[in-house]
Write a protein that binds this ligand. Sequence first.
Ligand SMILES: [Zn+2]
Length: 94
Amino acid sequence: MLHRPYCRFSFNYSLFNYLTIIPSMLPDLQMNDLLRLRKPHPCGAYEWTVIRLGADIGLECKGCGHRVMLTRRELAKRLKINLTKHEEKTGEKT
Ligand SMILES: [Zn+2]
């Protein structure tokens, strides 16, 4: 009897792997960026400020000041939009 579930499985698995890589790619974050997440904090605020950049991202709730650490992947999943626009820095330096 020919029974090869692995072929299909490994194909699905690699596709799954491919899809999970995408959300782990975050747009460039910078300190003090204002982020809006998909779900509000229990205090009611949607916006968070970036307070730490590294392997993990530190966020501070704009509503209550609560601080959390998220991995980049976690943040990518929860992030809705980065409200801070990083455009060409023109005339910022004096
Ligand atoms: Zn809060």
